[in-house]
Structures are given as structure tokens and as C-alpha cells.
Design a protein around this ligand. Structure first.
Ligand code: ADP
Ligand code: MG
Length: 540
């Protein structure tokens, strides 16, 4: 093929891919621009998971009308002038790429005091006068309509919407004096207008327990060990109030909780490290999320000292509210929290995770749904679907090498099989063993099961074994795992006591909120506190 320089529209769409991966990238870049412009209010509206509309309204400095068009040219920026400025970046943006990139893959309208601009796929459609208004309004429609490949790679609407919201939440947590408001499909999902952002994002109950961190150049807040999560999603690390992804600093933080949190549990944290802009290079990654420190060891040590002194001091981030009877949900939360964990057999053992956790059992309805309370609201969980998913994931990790945990039967169980299936047992011995099955041949049309996965009740062992074997024979590990999970999970209709409910809820916490059971059925339903209060017309 002949080598040709790409037409600008194609080159721009390619370059845009680096900056604008998904709707949340647009939200992130535009919010950064608003903050760089000194906004004190930032409003974000999202429709159709950001594919239909992303609108950002701010009250910042705005763009001089004569420069509005220029702002959409690649490498046009007001934040940087010469190469040496790159050495010490004091703003969130600096490459002059975001507006051009977003405009290249969407239908975009920008309005600033006196001027309005309409671009589609990077091409100018319209430019005209506009009335006086504070700040800047950007409306992004039909995102990725001209890059179908990008569109296909997006995750579910729920996931993309959650990522958009999370992008704003990070800045809301790092810029507590800026008032943020996010409206998703017409409903307010976040408002820090007059509220503590920590409470707006994680709920009152959590924010009340958080510990203040304020030690030299590290400030923020971290959870006490009794509050923890099943993922790292609530660990927000920032440098000069720029959220960053840093395994090293995440590790530094997690280490502070070593021995206090079980494996797989993580703290909630908002931590900002202030360092001189020359001591950090933010120009190493297209989305500016990765940074390079001149002295990473020093930052690591500073972060640990700050967090350790906060956890050690155990001071709540702000004085606890008067003990007036709050909403009963919060009372219940506290009651559950002051319950002492059972005495540990070995003082070296970490405290049981039940001391923390974000899903608190309230009860069970229809002997099939668990009712739980989380900082976000009231949660209903389909006990069978949830348990199935938990077990599916666990069995999957065993197939991938995690040690099997099997239980020997008092009496070996003889299972008759069609000859073809019986012959297949030997082929799948390794997989069966990694799932916890120990079997031995018993003539040409039968096997004896000596042991099975510890999770599978004995009465289900035979059907589970048959289906697992059939799945493996059909080369579908997923089918095999789904059958095993289904036969091992608690059933709809099983009454669970509070301890069993708590155990299951702890496992469910580690699942992502929108996960389904292995057959695709939903696992949980959230009735958030807002909805609840609105329904009962309570404004507190
Ligand atoms: P960068 O942020 O890297 O400078 P962008 O493409 O994001 O690049 O923005 C280009 C320029 O447009 C900025 O340098 C700034 O001057 C202007 N701009 C963008 N968004 C805003 C805003 N919300 N308020 C005021 N000016 C803005
Ligand atoms: Mg920018």
C-alpha cells in the first residue's frame, strides 16, 4: 500500500482514542477544564450512559469569544507556553488535546459569554453570537457515533454511567469547596452543594467514622480498620489534587492496615500528596493518570507516616454528631458496629471481617431474599443468585490454580455413567481434582466419588458431578462451573439465620454491584436512601 498522510479528520479520530476511551473520559476532561478555569460550581448531566448527552456547565472564567474556535484546535492551550513550563505543571490540563479530541468523536456545542460554536466530528457546523453568561457550557451528543468500533467496546450502560459518576466523585472528594451536582437520566445522583462530599459519596454513616489525615504534605481521610470494602475502588490517591493510579502508593496505604484487615479487604481513603510540581512528572500517560515521582520512596514514606498516625490516633474526622436519635437505619448501623467480635482463638488472627463490611443483614423475606443495609441504601439480594455467583467465581479461581478444598465422604458414592462419560473421567481428572472431586474408576460404566468440593452438600454431589463432567466433556468450563455453583448454592426457600446471612453478605460485598448470577439473572436491588426519603416525603 502507498504511504499517505491521513486526512486531519481521520488523524484526529485516532488521536482522540488516546484521550477519550469512554464517556467517563469526556466527563473527566471537561471537569478538569472547569476546575482549571477556577469554577466554584460544576454541573454535569448525563443521558444514555453519556452516549446521548454529556453536558457540563461551570461558572469559571469562560473562554474569550475570539478564542473559542482556537480552543478546539489540537495542541491549543492557555496553560502552557514553552517547553520549560512542562517541567512544573500546576494545572490539571496542559496538552491542549481534550476539546479537540472530544469534538472529533461527537456532536459538540460550546457556549461561553458572547459566543457559541457547533462542531460535528471535528468539523465546524455553525458559529454565532450568544448572550452574556458566566463560565462555559459544553454539550456533547452522539459520542462515538462516527467511531463504531469504540462504541462496541463500551461496557453496559450501567457500568459506563457508574464510571462517569465516579469520575466526578473523585474531583468532588478532592475539591470540597467546589459545589458539584450530577444529574443522571434526569435524577440527581450527586450533590455536594452544602453537603460534605464524603457524606455525599459514601453516605453519612461512613463519613462519620472516617479519620482525618493531616501530616506534613499528606492530607485527607482514611477509614478505621472496622470499615472496609471488598475492592480498591474507594481508595482515592491524588498528587496536587490530581487523581492518580499508583500501585506503589496503593500498596503503601494497604500496608498500613496489614494485620487489621483480612486479605481481600481494602480501606476507604481520600489522600492528597502536595509536592512541588517539579518533583513529579505528569506527562507520562495519555490520560494523565499515571505520574512519575522524582523520589518515590519519600512519597511512599510520607504517606505511610500520615496514615499510620491517623489510624493510631483514632480521632474521628470531625466531632461526632449529638446522640439525638437519627433515622433508625443509622441507629441500627451503630448498634451493629459496637458489637464486640467473638474472642479470637489466636491473638495473631486478624479481626473477623464482620466487624466492618458495608452490607449489614437485616433479615430475610420469602425465605429467598436477604434484606440488608448499606451506606447507599436498602439492598435486597437474591440469595441463590448471589451465592451462585460467589461460588462460580471461587470455583473458577480453583480451576485457575487456587488450592481445592475437598471433603471426604464417609462412604464412597457409586455413580453409574454411560460408558462414554465414564471413559471421559480419566481425561478430566486434573480439572475434577482442582474443583475438589476425588473419583476412582469402578468398572466400565461407573465411578466412585471419594470426595467432593466442601461447598457442595452431599445430596447434590451426584447431580453436580454428572453436570460438571458433561460440561468438561463439552469443553465448556463455564457450564461446568455454573452447574457446580448452582448445585452448591443455598436454594431459594432455604431459611438462613443471621450468621449465615452475614456470611453470605460479606461474600457478596466483593462482587461488583451490577454483577449477575452465572445465568445472567440480577443479584441485587438497591433502594437508595434518597428514593426512600423521597417516597416518604422526608427531607432529612
Ligand atoms: P488543556 O486543558 O490541556 O489546555 P483542552 O483542550 O482541555 O486543553 O482545553 C483547551 C483550552 O480551552 C484550555 O487551555 C482553556 O484555555 C480553554 N478551556 C477549556 N475548557 C474551559 C472551561 N471550562 N473554562 C474556561 N476555559 C476553558
Ligand atoms: Mg483540558
Amino acid at each position: 500500500m502507498t504511504i499517505r498522510a491521513l486526512p486531519p479528520a481521520v488523524a484526529d479520530a485516532i488521536a482522540a482514542g488516546e484521550v477519550v476511551e469512554r464517556p467517563a473520559s469526556v466527563v473527566k476532561e471537561l471537569v478538569e477544564n472547569s476546575l482549571d478555569a477556577g469554577a466554584t460550581r460544576v454541573g454535569v448531566e448525563i443521558r444514555g450512559a453519556g452516549k446521548t448527552l454529556i453536558r457540563i456547565v461551570d461558572d469559571g472564567a469562560g473562554i474569550p469569544s475570539a478564542e473559542l474556535r482556537l480552543a478546539f484546535q489540537r495542541h491549543a492551550t492557555s496553560k502552557l507556553q514553552n517547553l520549560s513550563d512542562l517541567e512544573a505543571i500546576g494545572t490539571l490540563g496542559f496538552r491542549g488535546e481534550a476539546l479537540a479530541s472530544i469534538a472529533a468523536v461527537s456532536d459538540l456545542e460550546a457556549t461561553t459569554s458572547g459566543r457559541r460554536l457547533h462542531l460535528r466530528a471535528g468539523a465546524l457546523l455553525e458559529e454565532g453570537a450568544a448572550g452574556p453568561a458566566p463560565g462555559l457550557v459544553i454539550e456533547v451528543r452522539d459520542l462515538f457515533a462516527n467511531t463504531p468500533a469504540r462504541l462496541r467496546f463500551l461496557k453496559s450502560d450501567a457500568t459506563e454511567t457508574a464510571a462517569c459518576l465516579a469520575a466526578v466523585q473523585r474531583y468532588a472528594l478532592l475539591y470540597p469547596t467546589v459545589r458539584f451536582r450530577v444529574i443522571v437520566e434526569g435524577r440527581t445522583s450527586l450533590s455536594t452543594d452544602g453537603h460534605d462530599p464524603l457524606a455525599s459519596v459514601y453516605g453519612e454513616a461512613v463519613s462519620r467514622e472516617m479519620l482525618a489525615v493531616d501530616h506534613l504534605n499528606v492530607t485527607g481521610t482514611v477509614s478505621p480498620p472496622k470499615l472496609s470494602r471488598g475492592t480498591r475502588d474507594a481508595m482515592l490517591l491524588a498528587v496536587n489534587r490530581r487523581p492518580i493510579a499508583s500501585r506503589t502508593l496503593a500498596f503503601a496505604l494497604e500496608e498500613c492496615y496489614r494485620g487489621a484487615l483480612e486479605r481481600g479487604r481494602y480501606p476507604v481513603a481520600v489522600l492528597n500528596v502536595e509536592i512541588s510540581p517539579e518533583a513529579v512528572d505528569v506527562n507520562v500517560h495519555p490520560t494523565k493518570r499515571e505520574v512519575k515521582f522524582r523520589d518515590e520512596g519519600a512519597v511512599f514514606a510520607a504517606l505511610q507516616r500520615a496514615v499510620r498516625s491517623a489510624i493510631g490516633a483514632g480521632e474521628p474526622a470531625r466531632p461526632p454528631e449529638p446522640a439525638a436519635p437519627g433515622p433508625s437505619s443509622e441507629r441500627l448501623l451503630r448498634q451493629l458496629e459496637i458489637q464486640e467480635p467473638p474472642p479470637a482463638i489466636d491473638p495473631q488472627l486478624p479481626r473477623p471481617a464482620s466487624a466492618g463490611g458495608f452490607l449489614r443483614p437485616v433479615g430475610q423475606v420469602l425465605d429467598g431474599y436477604l434484606v440488608a443495609e448499606s451506606p447507599e441504601g436498602m439492598v435486597l439480594i437474591d440469595q441463590h443468585a448471589a451465592h451462585e455467583r460467589v461460588l462460580f467465581n471461587r470455583f473458577q479461581s480453583r480451576l485457575e490454580g487456587a488450592p481445592a478444598v475437598s471433603q471426604h465422604l464417609l462412604m464412597a458414592m457409586t455413580v453409574e455413567l454411560e460408558p462414554a462419560l465414564a471413559a471421559g473421567v480419566a481425561d478430566h481428572e486434573a480439572e475434577l481434582r482442582s474443583l475438589g472431586f476425588e473419583v476412582e474408576p469402578f468398572g466400565p460404566r461407573a465411578v466412585r466419588i471419594l470426595a467432593g468440593p466442601v461447598e457442595t452438600p452431599p445430596e447434590s454431589l451426584e447431580p453436580a458431578f454428572r453436570e460438571v463432567l458433561a460440561g468438561l466433556r463439552a469443553r465448556s468450563a463455564d457450564d461446568a462451573l455454573a452447574s457446580l455453583a448452582c448445585h452448591s448454592a443455598v436454594r431459594f426457600g432455604d431459611a438462613l439465620d443471621l450468621a449465615e446471612q452475614r456470611r453470605l453478605l460479606q461474600e457478596v460485598e466483593s462482587l461488583s454491584p451490577d454483577i449477575t448470577c452465572p445465568h445472567g439473572r440480577p443479584v441485587r436491588l438497591l433502594l437508595d436512601w434518597q428514593q426512600l426519603k423521597r417516597h416518604f416525603r422526608r427531607n432529612y
